[in-house]
Design a protein around this ligand. Structure first.
Ligand code: SF4
Length: 287
């Protein structure tokens, strides 16, 4: 039994405020490292501008980008009854008070119901477990990067070379639109829908962690080097820093399939998690 923090909607507001106003430390470190190794003056100035913007947003408690995105919530552990209602009301309150841009519209009428709500919104993924705590993670993604998501149902004969070709062309064709330097999430395997989900889940893994799957890690390292040698650079204006991290996640797939998906996150690679323990304490983190 988990004592519900009162009110749970305020925990959701805090979570959204953290995700939108403070860049995770690992992404900040990756930006600083990039500024140190950059050889291109325009690129260094772009990276400096981004880091300045991040500091000002955190100091002022304001969103680091005007596109506060569409949040996807992942709820794991023991699910607290009423979580969905709390997420919905918390999101509406956060939209009004942080504030967040009300981004959601009906896809046909383009009417905006306000509060970042509406049919199917917000997106919530549940993974119940037997743990005696619940964790809620949010990843808000702006349209500039989300619009660059790509899925390829490759032929198994295309193999690893086909996957590399697909990822490289997806990132380079996106150009400056997803506001590089980016974090590139890659899903390989599963079904078409699961593969796209995997590519977004890959963005939740901290950039300073090392993948313990050797095959995934080697692919990440190779793609990181290739993409950073492309010359695309920060904001697509040229330079040595096109990506801050490449993260691969794999799952088994049908023997006749080879799904691959790319989900790019801009430099504003936002995420935050709250762990609510059995005693009702709420602990926030961005790891
Ligand atoms: S891609 Fe990211 S940084 Fe660029 S406008 Fe969208 S949310 Fe902002």
């Amino acid at each position: 039994m988990i004592k519900v923090p009162e009110p749970l909607e305020d925990v959701i507001v805090n979570l959204l405020r953290l995700a939108n106003t403070k860049l995770p430390e690992d992404i900040g470190w990756a930006l600083e490292a990039a500024a140190a190794w950059e050889t291109n003056d325009i690129a260094r100035s772009q990276l400096g501008g981004i880091m300045d913007n991040v500091k000002k947003a955190e100091f002022a408690g304001r969103p680091m980008c005007q596109d506060t995105g569409i949040p996807v919530f992942y709820v794991t552990g023991k699910i607290i009854p009423g979580t969905e209602d709390a997420i919905r009301s918390g999101l509406r309150k956060a939209t009004d008070t942080i504030p967040l841009r009300p981004n959601t519209v009906h896809p046909i009428t383009r009417k905006n119901p306000g509060g970042n709500l509406g049919k199917g919104m917000p997106i919530i993924r549940y993974r119940p477990t037997d743990d005696n705590f619940t964790e809620i993670t949010v990843i808000p993604k702006g349209a500039g990067s989300e619009n660059m998501t790509r899925l390829a149902m490759l032929n198994p004969a295309d193999g690893i070379d086909g996957i590399k070709k697909f990822v490289i062309s997806a990132v380079l064709e996106a150009g400056g639109r997803p506001c590089p330097p980016t974090v590139v999430g890659i899903g390989i395997g599963g079904t078409a829908d699961r593969c796209v989900e995997l590519s977004k889940e890959a963005l939740l893994v901290p950039a300073d962690s090392v993948n313990d799957d050797k095959d995934e890690r080697e692919l990440e390292e190779e793609l990181f080097t290739i993409l950073n040698s492309s010359g695309l650079g920060p904001m697509g204006l040229g330079g040595d820093t096109t990506v801050l991290k490449v993260r691969v996640m794999t799952e088994c797939c049908h023997t006749a399939s080879l799904p691959a998906a790319v989900n790019i996150s801009c430099w504003a690679s936002r995420r935050a998690t709250v762990k609510i323990s059995a005693d009702g304490s709420a602990e926030y983190r961005q790891k």
